[in-house]
Design a protein around this ligand. Structure first.
Ligand SMILES: Cc1cc2nc3c(=O)[nH]c(=O)nc-3n(C[C@H](O)[C@H](O)[C@H](O)COP(=O)(O)OP(=O)(O)OC[C@H]3O[C@@H](n4cnc5c(N)ncnc54)[C@H](O)[C@@H]3O)c2cc1C
Ligand code: FES
Ligand code: FES
Length: 1347
């Protein structure tokens, strides 16, 4: 290719023209923004389009229509070349701290919608793009805009509430419960009973004075109004450039990679002829994932996105013709418009397409992904191909000579997994979808793990055409049941000429079960569920047709099968105690102060580790991970990697100058494996190179030869093979033998709780900066335990601790995953930095992070519980097993906490609890919010539920009669001091939620619906706060007053989104009596406050807060004489006077929790300092045929003492609850039998998204409960509310029970956690599921196993 053909690359970014003569086509837009333009607001959260952290707005000008379009896209999947002659707006372009925040940035910050802030820029840009297209959206528009965004911290509610202020509804009604109510709550519609979470409240007007309760976490009146005319304009210069652009192909080449963009069909065909091996791309969402994740290289790429002929979408006599490069968003808009203007009967398949597109990915993907990309990818779970097949669509291809070919999209078109009959020299031009006929019915279905933005487990599309009463023609297409989308051709044969009646249905299901059967070990797994879905979907269609056709009205029993499970938009109330009017306005304790970094986070100015400007000479390290779960390393060969220009070194155990051993608290892991590996993801070595891409590509070239050994993956496997980490923990009380003797009934059962991925949005990241002169190392890390990083680094590089400084300014979420999880990358980077004598950055990609780090422990509880006929517990014997992975890490401590929670809030006279730590060949499992208690609490509530069913009494009655009473102790003999608060939480939550009424309503609802059931459950929790290891209960602070009166506050706590820095400044401000604006915290560092405990176990504020208070009090004492002497003077003057008087203006504070620590030798002591309490009531609705569910409402009452910051505490409650909801209902890791994690990345591992949270979500903080033992009379909050999400699990169980009752099945049944759609469906056992009994274990190799 000649240089002449090269195009000058131009695009605009935030209004600035960028011209790049050396554009690298292999670079993504995100890399370009972050590395070349140093715009680091857009984040890399996953690199596969699944999290939205990289969202930017792309604006284009169409010279034919003169329209400007604005769309949100994922910068991580967009190549920079795709941006040619577009205008990109990033979070930095819309507002800044200096120039003023954009209302979208301001509102997410002020509404407390930003905690760690890593997701915030992406969410801001999704909202901003929505407003650019629709400046008065409604709530469903907002929820749709966020389908492609994830947040792991907030629980989404505050983001939605903050942005509700942009809606039409908020203008009309006031903002939810937040404004203008005078005497009764504005949400109290139609005379219904109160809606507010607090039953006492008549008005939710802020500062109403009623019981001193407020519902106002933010003041919308303080928001800057949104004026769309102030938004950044599309560059005029760019319009002119596009107007003047000749219809010529575009070409960019760099480093032997070429990117071509033809603009018409002839150019495209010529290019395809010239470069027969070129890769065609359009939206690049599929190809982008291949390049990012699988490191595929395409030397020549032809982008067909701008080929005019491929961009036509038009109606003609027989249907709609859609050009192959029409984006899914454009199809959606076009078909919606068509449906409005065209007779209904013609558009039945169009309605199915539009409905399906709602569930297809998120908007960022739909805005760029094209129909041709979906068809040609030929994924067996494509959401569109079943519809196209069922509708009888036709594809049009053109070969390089321009010869056209029409092909019906039938079973013959897809020839194998992701293969089709398109010829090598052909390109897809268009697809034609015919109109439906008056006599036709059409419907499509999809079931995924998560409702929004998830790929299908099974999908289907059905069409039937009637000739009078008999079937003239029919197509049944299924996805997810074979290597390709598949038509059930055999079944259809038997349908022709038949009447649509029960006999037909029975015959069809029998044949479908056969035609769509899959073997037990089929790829994808879940075979019984998938086969059941096939029949369930057809049943829904069968009923739908009968309902639509008045002559065939379905029975009442049937009718609920076809009602879609919909949810409304979120409504919420948050209630907390107001501070009294006489409180000084500068005393911020108790007020809903905004997270101090929220503005920086919302503008993209907050700096995370990977946002730090590269140091001079900096290198990047990519880890070489073990690819085998259990093996002997036979050889390692890095020759090919080292041959790449720009690769500096391969480092492994041979380069470790200190000891090659890490592990906390027990040193039982090698940093770099030497002779064998015991888990996939273990570090074998690392490639150090000039940049990230180079290092990652080179790391893939390191050849490791293994001799494989048999791995142990699951708990059951470990039990069978007696593979445990010692010691086994045992705790007992009384005599279980006696207890069982005095019991009327005994139930023995078990429950398994699956593991949970932390999915902190910022992956493990660090930079190691060597100081050659001192042989020292500076580590900037995303760790929540700086001391452990410092110690591990010192040990591996062979220096004393004082030579290593570990520091963190902010961490993008941690949840326990960065308590030990940052040690391996930090230690490895330090070894590399020492070897290369240069700074080394190591930031794990999402996939690598997930594959190499541990999770919450999978847990199995086998229990035997004895009780009287009236439900009183007599004895509990429980064996708990945890899957710990290949090393100890924190597993023993996690098990210990699980054991301390094995009674939850109940009094049990006789207990015997055993805790076994299973050693397996998966990454070492570790701390995770709740630290073992979420698993054991669920087990407790499970046997409580069993008791209620066995005795035939209500679940709540069993809870109430067994609840600990004031004066009682735990089974490990710790006195529980304020048990009256547990009762208050219980009573208030049942009252606020109107439990009794709603339970009756649920029963009523269930009587009238066979295939839809509701369930309701209340769940109390009691959480012991503090570390049971005594030494960890300590903290330090250093407070410095400078001579201008400003204060620098440092302490041992790490800010990871939980608002610790904010709370600590509130404490310091109160103690020093100065405004918070005079106090600053710059970072946490082992060089400032040494020997810190992890920021974990919910005690960050408790421990550090006391240390801060003590340090501030010391300073106050020193300043006291000056205040006394000249009380009329100011703080600054007192500080100055003290300075000139040679007073020390810096002070340390040190705090150790009294009376805490459990001794496992003597089985005595207090594992926690105090207890905190909470209760939740949740109501759900399930679709018994698919296992889908919606959480209709959750009410929470939580004891937090006197809240230091109600906004932060409520944010923690909601965030923890939603994370717990993920644990108990959705999030699931799946492993291959050889130990490969199959669920890496957000594509396969699903966290709750915006529309998974309870539709009504009320949180109330218990008022008037100061807790004197802790700073500012507060209580800890980070972990306890997570356990409350168990209420959803038991509400689901309640609903399933109703379904089983209708099916004549037993009401006591086993349901493991998470209660996924698969488990819900299969537990609703009925005549459909009975057709698919599970194959006997051992007779096949399963596709996946659960650990
Ligand atoms: C986060 C995420 C979520 C997703 N969710 C869903 C989902 O819910 N449902 C679903 O079905 N899919 C989903 N997908 C898959 C993907 O988005 C679709 O397959 C999409 O339609 C691909 O379009 P594209 O323009 O991005 O294709 P590209 O990546 O550009 O190309 C895909 C393939 O099609 C070929 N191709 C493109 N155009 C032509 C043409 N005209 N002629 C011949 N070959 C062509 C390319 O060579 C390539 O092999 C998801 C993907 C991601 C990344
Ligand atoms: S980083 Fe792009 S979607 Fe996650
Ligand atoms: S604030 Fe959303 S991920 Fe942390």
């Amino acid at each position: 290719m000649s240089k002449k053909e090269e195009t000058e690359f131009i695009f605009f970014c935030n209004g600035r023209k960028i011209v790049d003569l050396h554009i690298d086509p292999s670079m993504t837009l995100l890399s370009y923004l972050r590395r070349k333009l140093r715009l680091t607001g857009s984040k890399l959260g996953c690199g596969e389009g699944g999290c939205g952290a990289c969202t930017v707005m792309v604006s284009s000008y169409d010279k034919l229509t003169t329209n400007i379009t604005h769309v949100a896209v994922n910068a991580c999947l967009t190549t920079i070349c795709q941006m040619y002659l577009t205008s990109v707006t990033t979070v930095e372009g819309i507002g800044s701290i200096k120039d003023g925040l954009h209302p979208v940035q301001e509102r997410i910050a002020k509404a407390h919608g930003s905690q760690c802030g890593f997701c915030t820029p992406g969410i801001v840009m999704s909202m901003y793009t929505l407003l650019r297209n629709n400046d008065r959206p409604c709530m469903p528009d907002i929820e749709d805009a966020f389908q492609g965004n994830l947040c792991r911290c907030t629980g989404y509610r505050p983001i939605l509430e903050g942005y509700r202020t942009f809606t039409k509804e908020s203008e009309i009604n006031g903002i939810g419960c937040k404004t203008n109510c005078k005497t009764t709550c504005c949400q109290n519609k139609n005379g219904s009973k109160k809606v507010c979470a607090n039953g006492k409240i008549q008005s939710c007007k802020s500062n109403s004075g009623i019981n001193g309760i407020s519902t106002t976490l933010f003041q919308p009146s303080e928001f800057t109004s949104y004026d769309s005319t102030k938004d950044i304009m599309f560059p005029q210069e760019l319009i002119l450039m596009i107007e003047n652009e000749k219809p010529m192909p575009v070409r960019f080449t760099c480093n032997d990679v070429t990117w071509l963009r033809p603009v018409n069909l002839q150019q495209m065909l010529d290019m395809r002829k010239r470069f027969p091996d070129a890769k065609i791309v359009a939206g690049n969402t599929e190809v982008g994932v291949e390049i990012q994740q699988r490191k595929m290289i395409y030397p020549v790429t032809v982008s067909v996105a701008h080929v005019t002929e491929l961009n036509i979408i038009e109606l003609y006599d027989e249907g709609v013709r859609i050009g192959a490069s029409v984006t899914l968003s454009r199809i959606d808009t076009f078909l919606r418009d068509t449906i409005k203007k065209t007779p209904d009967y013609k558009c039945k398949s169009f309605v199915a397409i539009v409905d399906m597109l709602h569930w297809f990915a998120g908007q960022q993907i739909r805005n760029v992904a094209v129909v041709g990309g979906n068809i040609i990818t030929g994924s067996p779970i494509s959401d569109l191909n079943p519809i196209f097949m069922a509708a009888g669509s036709t594809l049009e291809f053109a070969d390089t000579e321009g010869v056209r070919r029409m092909v019906s999209i039938t079973n013959d078109f897809f020839t194998g997994y992701r293969k089709n009959s398109m010829k090598a020299n052909e390109t897809l031009i268009s697809i034609t979808v015919p109109f439906t006929k008056q006599t036709e019915y059409f419907k499509a279905f999809k079931q995924a793990h998560r409702r929004d933005d998830d790929i299908a487990i099974v999908n289907a599309a059905f069409r039937v055409d009637f000739d009078e009463n008999t079937i003239r023609d029919c197509t049944l297409a299924f996805g997810g049941m074979a290597p390709t989308t598949k038509l059930a051709e055999e079944t259809v044969k038997l349908m022709i000429g038949r009447v649509w009646d029960q006999a037909l249905f029975d015959d069809v299901t029998a044949h479908l079960a056969n035609e769509m059967s899959i073997p037990p070990g089929a790829p994808g797994g879940m075979v019984e569920y998938r086969q059941s879905l096939v029949i369930s979907f057809f049943f829904k269609f069968y009923v739908f047709v009968r309902m639509d056709n008045k002559t065939k009205t379905p029975s009442k029993e049937e009718s609920s099968a076809s009602i879609p499970l919909k949810r409304g938009s979120v409504e919420s109330t948050q209630m907390f105690q107001e501070v009294s009017d006489d409180r000084s306005p500068i005393d911020l304790v108790g007020r809903p102060v905004v997270h101090l970094s929220a503005y920086q986070q919302a503008t993209g100015e907050a700096v995370f580790v990977d946002d730090i400007v590269p140091f001079q000479n900096e290198l990047f390290m990519a880890i070489v991970f073990s690819q085998k779960a259990h093996a002997i390393i036979k050889s390692v060969d890095a020759t090919a990697a080292l041959a790449i220009r720009g690769v500096h070194a391969y480092v492994d155990h041979n380069d470790v100058p200190g000891i090659n051993v890490i592990g906390n608290p027990v040193k039982d892991e090698e940093l770099f494996a030497t002779s064998n590996v015991t888990s996939i993801g273990q570090y074998i070595g690392g490639i150090v190179a000039e940049d990230r891409d180079m290092a990652q590509r080179a790391a893939k070239l390191v050849k490791v030869e293994y001799q494989e050994l048999e791995p142990i993956i699951s708990i059951e496997d470990a039990i069978a093979k007696n593979s445990f980490i010692e010691p086994t923990r045992i705790l007992t009380k009384g005599s279980v033998l006696d207890g069982f003797k005095y019991s009327d009934q005994v139930v023995e059962s078990e429950i398994k709780v699956g593991e949970q991925e932390h999915f902190y949005m910022e992956t493990q990241s660090c930079i190691a900066i060597p100081t050659i002169e001192d042989d020292a190392m500076d580590i900037i890390t995303s760790s929540q335990t700086l001391k452990s990083v410092q110690a591990a680094v010192a040990d591996v590089i062979g220096v004393q601790y004082h030579k290593v400084r570990a520091r963190a300014k902010r961490v993008g979420g941690a949840f326990g995953g960065k308590e030990t999880g940052n040690i391996p990358p930090a230690a490895a980077a330090a070894v590399a930095a020492k070897t290369c004598k240069r700074p080394v950055r190591c930031v794990l990609d999402r996939n690598d992070d997930m594959a190499s780090t541990g999770t919450r422990h999978a847990f199995l509880a086998r229990y035997k519980v004895g009780f009287t006929n009236d439900g009183k517990i007599q004895a509990l014997k429980i064996d708990m097993y945890m899957n710990c992975g290949h090393s100890q890490d924190l597993s023993l401590s996690v098990m210990e906490r699980a054991m301390f929670h094995v009674q939850n809030v109940y009094y049990i006279p006789n207990v015997e609890a055993h805790g076994y730590c299973c050693r397996t060949n998966i990454p070492s499992n570790t701390a995770f919010r709740g630290f073992g208690s979420p698993q054991s609490t669920l087990a407790v509530e499970n046997w409580i539920s069993d008791i209620a069913l066995a005795c035939g009494i209500s679940q709540n009655k069993v809870r109430e009669i067994n609840m600990l009473q004031v004066g009682q102790s735990t089974y490990f003999n710790q006195k529980v001091e304020d048990l009256q608060l547990l009762k208050r939480c219980w009573d208030e939550c049942l009252d606020n939620s109107e439990y009794k009424n709603r339970q009756s309503q649920v029963e009523e609802y269930n009587r009238s619906k066979r295939w839809r059931k509701r369930g309701i459950a209340a769940l109390p929790i009691m959480y012991g706060v503090g570390y049971s290891d005594r030494f960890l209960n300590q903290a330090g602070a250093l407070v410095i007053i400078y001579t201008d009166g400003s204060v620098l506050l440092t302490h041992g706590g790490v800010e990871m989104g939980q608002g610790l820095y904010t709370k600590m400044i509130q404490v310091a401000s109160r103690t020093l009596g100065i405004p918070a604006s005079r106090i600053h915290t710059n970072e946490t560092s082992t060089a400032t406050v040494p020997n810190t405990s992890p920021t974990s176990a919910s005690v960050g504020s408790d421990l550090n807060g006391m240390a801060v208070k003590i340090a501030c009090e010391t300073l106050c004492k020193r300043l006291e004489p000056y205040k006394k002497q000249e009380s009329n003077k100011t703080w600054n003057e007192w500080v100055k006077a003290a300075y000139f008087d040679r007073v020390n203006l810096s002070a340390t504070g040190f705090y150790k929790t009294p009376d805490i620590g459990f001794d496992w030798q003597t089985k005595s002591g207090n594992p926690s300092y105090y207890f905190t309490y909470g209760v939740a009531v949740s109501e759900v609705e399930i679709d018994c045929l698919t296992g889908d569910h919606v959480v209709l409402r959750t009410d929470i009452v939580m004891d937090v003492g006197d809240s230091i910051n109600p906004a932060i505490d409520i944010g923690q409650i909601e965030g923890a609850f939603v994370q717990g909801y993920g644990l108990y209902t959705l999030e699931e890791h799946r492993w291959s039998p050889t130990g490969q994690l199959l669920t890496k990345g957000p594509g396969f591992y699903k966290l709750p998204s915006f529309t998974d949270i309870p539709v009504t979500f009320n949180v109330s903080l218990l008022d008037g409960v100061p807790h004197e033992k802790v700073v500012c009379s507060s209580k800890a909050i980070g972990e306890p509310p997570l356990l409350l999400a168990g209420s959803v699990f038991f509400a689901i169980k309640d609903a399933i029970r109703a379904a089983r009752r209708d099916a004549g099945k037993g009401e006591i049944f086993m349901l493991d956690s998470p209660a996924t759609a698969e488990r819900i469906r299969m537990a609703c056992a009925d005549r459909i599921t009975e057709k698919f009994p599970p194959a006997s274990p051992g007779t096949f190799t399963p596709f996946f196993i659960r650990s």
